[in-house]
Design a protein around this ligand. Structure first.
Ligand SMILES: *Cc1c(COP(=O)(O)O)cnc(C)c1O
Length: 543
């Protein structure tokens, strides 16, 4: 993408964006999933459009799990030490305290993927007692997580100072960065402010993005652990408790230490406000819908063909063939070009209902045995989530049952994400509303002319024109009883699949292509990262 030079970007607030993970490229193992992909896309976009945003993160020695399928058809995790020749040594080292021991953090700079500028902290130094801290992204348990968050937050602020970077706004992407707030408070107290004054001043420079609408997904720690680890950074137990209770909820704390916060889609804004209604004296939670870095994910030929009435179908067919070749190479399965191909890749976790399509065995048999439908799955479970791994195993079992039409690609990563969101015909998403915060893979698909077929969750209610640019099912139904919600959604799912999606694909290609065009035209501006940057500046940073 060419640089956007239409507006001078002088005098904009300078932002340090803190995030545990960054999805910049498959070759750089610094991400687990959607949170990291968003962060990577955001920083690439900031560079394209000349916004003064830099990233703070961690250089992970092993990254997130490489999750493979074993001979028993069950997923297992493997970790490797990675070395990168594209990281630049800034020459800067900062020191944090973990369990009363000094831990050195080396600061690396990365600027080679879409030129995003990110500083990464690394504890893997021979002199360190806690060299393992930056070993595995989201690995291990509570104490290790707190240690990692000390490096990100406290180490991150210290790195900004050591690098002499002038920062106006500290943006915490998720609660992981919270301890940066404690460091900002400590700095001010050191200069003579009282705790109260320092907290008030810190609030004016912090903004926060919350992501997970599932209560249990919001991290908390016993205050005792924070004290023992040294995460309190000089604050007392009483002060901590007053901020976010005991156990200490990181999301609540971030909401209390920021001037304004945001949820990541309009529906998520409603959900998050309900979820945190009980929290007093917190930041207002606005809704700013996520977006994607178009050059990373979207086939530019599709964008152009949609605008200029070009031949979308033949470009799409090329992308579909590329996906079919990719699957053949990886799994040895020969999928067919003339059969409707569904893509589905997400983290394997119960509410996303990955195996939904197989619920009615008779219908599944008729679809997959008679060659009407093919589906390619991918997705990793969190290494400690056995329930998630059972879901992966079930998808693998389905690929054995329907060997010609169901595929599971192991070790979901950006390469797989890119192939699937370009080469599938349909992008399926069936979470239990309202559990999906936003979801950006559907945006990638939509801009590539891959039609979304989804419950009205996450970002989809904002874009869906049923039967014109994709399909919804379930009409936004919500129910506290999961079984009831599943039964309702399943009926709706099969109905739309059998009566609308399949007939359109096989009997009305003209309409299908018109829908592809509409899908691209309806999403390419609004769900591209420039709009998100503008809204972050307008509603969070400048507010
Ligand atoms: C796009 C992407 C995601 C985020 O997708 P969701 O829609 O949030 O599931 C996660 N992982 C990878 C590898 C991606 O490419």
């Amino acid at each position: 993408m060419s640089k956007d030079t239409s507006t001078p970007k002088k005098n904009l607030p300078k932002v340090a964006y803190f995030c545990m993970e960054y999805g910049l490229d498959t070759a750089f193992k610094a991400y687990a999933g959607g949170l990291g992909i968003l962060a990577g896309d955001y920083l690439k976009g900031a560079k394209d459009h000349d916004y003064p945003v830099i990233g703070i993160g961690i250089k992970w020695k092993q990254g997130y799990t490489d999750q493979l399928i074993g001979k028993n058809d069950y997923p297992y995790d493997s970790y490797h030490n990675y070395q990168y020749d594209f990281l630049k040594d800034t020459g800067v080292t900062v020191t944090v305290e973990i369990k009363r021991q000094k831990v050195k953090c080396k600061v690396w700079e990365i600027d080679c993927f879409g030129n995003a500028t990110i500083y990464l902290l690394d504890t893997d130094l021979p002199e360190n007692p806690e060299a393992w801290t930056t070993g595995q992204l989201y690995g291990w348990f509570g104490e290790e997580r707190v240690a990692q968050e000390i490096v990100l937050g406290i180490g991150g602020v210290k790195a900004l100072r050591a690098l002499n970077l002038d920062i106006d706004i500290y943006h915490f992407n998720e609660g992981h960065a919270l301890f940066a707030g404690f460091e900002l408070i400590r700095e001010k107290m050191k200069k003579g402010m009282s705790y109260k004054e320092a907290k008030k001043a810190t609030r004016k420079e912090v903004v926060f993005t919350t992501h997970t609408p599932v209560v249990q997904g919001n991290e908390s720690h016993p205050i005792e652990r924070l004290m023992y680890m040294g995460a309190n950074n000089g604050l007392s137990e009483k002060q901590l408790k007053k901020i976010a209770g005991d156990p200490f909820n990181m999301t609540v704390a971030a909401l209390k230490l920021s001037k304004v916060a945001n949820a990541v889609a309009q529906l998520h804004g409603e959900t998050a406000n309900k979820m945190w209604k009980h929290v007093k004296k917190r930041a207002e939670i606005l809704a700013i819908t996520n977006a994607i870095h178009t050059p990373t994910w979207v086939d530019a030929r599709m964008l152009e063909a949609a605008e200029k009435d070009g031949d979308l179908w033949s470009i799409h067919t090329e992308n579909k063939k590329a996906l079919i070749d990719f699957v053949k190479e990886r799994n040895g399965v020969a999928l067919r070009e003339d059969v409707l191909l569904i893509g589905f890749s997400r983290r394997a976790v119960a509410y996303k209902r990955s195996d939904f399509i197989f619920t009615d065995e008779e219908i599944a048999d008729s679809l997959f045995k008679e060659g009407k439908l093919q589906i390619v799955f991918s997705g990793r479970a969190h290494p400690l989530d056995d329930g998630g791994k059972d879901i992966v195993a079930r998808l693998v079992a389905m690929s054995r049952k329907y060997p010609e039409s169901v595929v599971f690609l192991e070790n979901y990563d950006m390469t797989i994400g890119r192939m699937l969101t370009r080469g599938s015909d349909i992008w399926l998403n069936n979470p239990r509303r309202p559990k999906e915060a936003s979801g950006t893979s559907g945006m990638k698909a939509a801009m590539n002319g891959v039609l979304n077929f989804s419950t009205l969750d996450g970002w989809w209610p904002e874009a869906c024109k049923h039967g014109e640019n994709g399909w919804q099912f379930g009409d936004g139904f919500e129910c506290k009883k999961e079984k009831k919600q599943d039964a309702h959604d399943l009926k709706a799912f099969y109905k739309v699949l059998l009566n609308e999606v399949l007939p359109t694909y096989y009997e009305d290609k003209k309409k299908w292509v018109a829908m592809m065009r509409q899908s691209i035209l309806d999403t390419k501006e609004y769900f591209a990262v420039k709009r998100m940057l503008d809204e972050y500046y307008e509603l969070l940073y400048k507010a």
